[in-house]
Design a protein around this ligand. Structure first.
Ligand code: CU
Length: 159
């Protein structure tokens, strides 16, 4: 009977020790995953496309199109390096300009693309837009009548 009590005590002690070590290890490393990994500056890469949306009538017919950035909202953390692969699959010339970070792809001809990068060194909300002024008589056509609405935002969060 004493041997049984000793073994039971030993097993109980081992269980307590194992539980304590598990808590110690988890407590020291903290939660794993994107939230923990995102605290130090990272390189954030986005594929940016001059997309095209459709204007639909109440009768479900397409009555027009418009240009837009896809995606039109980017979120990064302050200090991140931001890499933008910008492509223009439209039939007109466009560009990507982010004045606050001195970013400008220059004119991207139809099917053109360019990669730009910058460091998001200040927090806030900033606008990106197309920098090509509309000229419908140029060949290829330069931007579109909805030039002023081809815009999006980059939100830089404080760490
Ligand atoms: Cu444009």
């Amino acid at each position: 009977m004493k041997t049984f009590q000793r073994r039971a005590g030993l097993i109980l002690a081992l269980g307590i020790l194992l539980t304590a070590v598990t808590f110690l290890v988890i407590g020291c490393t903290g939660p794993a995953g994107p939230a923990g990994a995102g605290l130090s500056p990272q390189t954030r890469t986005f594929n940016m496309v001059i997309g095209e949306g459709m204007v639909i009538s109440p009768q479900d017919t397409t009555v027009g199109t418009f240009r837009r950035w896809e995606p039109d909202t980017l979120v990064v953390l302050k200090g991140d390096k931001v890499v933008l692969h910008v492509s223009n699959p439209r039939n007109s010339v466009h560009s990507l300009v982010i004045t606050d970070f001195a970013v400008d792809t220059g004119a991207l001809k139809p099917q053109g693309n360019k990669t730009v990068e910058f460091t998001a060194d200040k927090a806030g909300q900033f606008t990106f837009r197309c920098g090509v002024r509309p000229n419908p008589t140029a060949t290829p056509r330069e931007c579109d009548p909805d030039h002023g609405r081809i815009a999006g935002r980059i939100i830089v969060l404080d760490r």
